[in-house]
Design a binder for this molecule. Structure first.
Ligand SMILES: [Zn+2]
Length: 65
């Protein structure tokens, strides 16, 4: 078993509705995704992976809890 210190409180995961800045497609992005997310329509990157959570690069319209 790997021994790790958990310094950060349990991160809140959520689903975000993100609008692509290029083609205005709305897409659901999971905030704890481990990989970058591209727009399904024009393939613009709308979220990049940033150490266990995503950095949203599009426009966050709302959260789905
Ligand atoms: Zn797009």
């Amino acid at each position: 078993m790997k021994k790790e210190r958990i310094a950060i409180p349990k991160p809140r995961s959520s689903f975000l509705v993100v609008k692509c800045p290029k083609c205005e497609n709305e897409q659901v992005v999971y905030s704890m995704s481990n990989s970058a997310v591209n727009c399904k329509i024009c393939e613009t990157q709308i979220a990049e992976n940033s150490g266990g959570k995503v950095n949203i690069q599009g426009i966050i319209l709302r959260r789905l809890d």
